[in-house]
Design a protein around this ligand. Structure first.
Ligand code: PLP
Length: 402
């Protein structure tokens, strides 16, 4: 008996690669013990939150026991929290934001969903450079949106002419995710400026025809993770059609607490009279998110200027690079985030993932991110696990290159 929609009955048959690896990981860990398995499949940050969180949480526990201490808050977030996040983003983006320009969300995920609900009609298109975070397709698909992946160059930099060629009258947004999941790429200011050139050109034509604009949506949950002096350029100063969203899931290791945000460019608000922010707030409520968790909002606001210990990630990054180099596995050095996206030796990502599984190493095939022939490795694991995987990578590579 089929109890759910055709769409989801079909989707259940093709559970995501990440989910499959997750289940395989549990099976292997039960069979061989936690320590025997090197699990590079998940992006759940394992580094403890900053120590500063402890005192804030104790105080929040005391403050919560009062009327409405744990009650609903305004749909766009607690006003003082919106002000704090606006100050944090103003510094980061170099554009003066007020609390009214920021909505607190249930992770970056719901910021994306709310944006799509606010801007997508059935059949509308969203462009994303590929490989990409695969949930984008699901999030816009709920509203009949169609994700159009446009391959990046070999080094994962943006192919701006190809993106420009993919824009149609139905394109509502281009998503950029930098530092990138899964490649670790950070887009340069020049790349972003040339992408903005495309957006501005399209919007000049649309304005003449009275059509809705094309947005540039910058998804930045990995902004703090940049290595070896790499800088993540700010997007808001480049165009009024740019929106920034992000979360504290990774930077404060509070992914389970589900706190994110979306900021609307004040220059856009000046033109649309606040319609975008009003609509985002409305859909946040009507989609049933209602408001981002109140304890998490207060925690994030109190410690948003700190981060987890980024040196831990840097050491893992360097060690993983060494493990792959020693195994002779080709990769582009990631400049940010905490992922590696190496080439699958022999070219078949599913086969390489299977060979790694035989070594009790869990990775995700690049096909799951829209780029076959590669695999994704997440460094949300201890250094000793990365070190332990070295021989397994060598053996799996040998097997696949025969
Ligand atoms: N965007 C990207 C690129 C991600 O990798 C993730 C999570 O892994 C998200 C958005 C969603 O993050 P959050 O936990 O803040 O909802």
């Amino acid at each position: 008996m089929q109890t759910v929609t055709d769409l989801f009955a079909a989707a259940a048959g093709k559970a995501s690669f990440i989910r499959k690896m997750f289940e395989k990981g549990i099976e292997l860990k039960q069979q061989f013990g936690e320590d025997a398995v090197c699990d590079f499949s998940l992006g759940n940050p394992d580094v403890p939150p900053p120590e500063a969180a402890r005192a804030v949480l104790h105080k929040l526990a005391d403050d919560a026991i009062r009327p409405l201490g744990l009650g609903y808050c305004p749909n766009a977030g607690i006003p003082a929290v919106r002000d704090a996040i606006a100050a944090y983003l103003s510094k980061q983006q170099g554009v003066a934001l007020r609390g009214a320009d920021v909505m607190m969300t249930v992770g970056a995920a719901s910021a994306l969903v709310c944006f799509f609900r606010a801007t997508i009609d059935k059949g509308d298109e969203v462009i994303v450079p590929s490989p990409y975070f695969v949930e984008y397709g699901n999030y816009c698909g709920h509203f009949g949106g169609i994700l159009k992946p446009v391959p990046t160059h070999e080094d994962f930099s943006l192919d701006v002419p190809a993106i420009a060629a993919a824009v149609t009258p139905k394109t509502r947004a281009i998503i950029v995710n930098s530092p990138n999941n899964p490649t670790g790429a950070i887009y340069s200011k020049d790349e972003l400026a040339s992408l903005v050139g495309v957006v501005e050109r399209v919007n000049a034509e649309r304005a003449e025809k009275g059509e809705r604009p094309l947005f540039l949506l910058s998804d930045e949950p990995y902004r703090a993770f940049a290595y070896d002096g790499a800088e993540v350029p700010a997007i808001l100063p480049l165009s009024k059609f740019a929106l920034v969203l992000g979360s504290f899931s990774k930077t404060l290791s509070m992914a389970g607490e589900r706190i994110g945000y979306i900021a609307v460019n004040p220059a856009l608000t000046a033109e649309d009279g606040g319609a975008m922010m009003t609509t985002l707030t409305l859909v946040n409520r009507t989609l049933g998110y209602v408001n981002a968790p109140v304890i998490g909002q207060r925690l994030a606001a109190a410690i948003c200027d700190t981060t987890v210990d980024l040196d831990i990630y840097k050491r893992r990054h360097d060690l993983m690079a060494k493990v792959l180099e020693d195994a002779g596995i080709e990769f582009t050095m990631p400049r940010g985030a905490f992922y590696f996206f190496p080439k699958a030796p022999g070219g078949d990502d599913a086969k390489f993932v299977d060979a790694l599984l035989e070594e009790k190493i869990l990775a995700v095939p690049g096909s799951g991110f829209g780029r076959a022939g590669y695999i994704r490795l997440s460094c949300a694991v201890d250094e000793k696990i990365i070190a332990r995987s070295a021989e397994g990578f060598k053996r799996a590579k040998e097997k696949c290159q025969k």
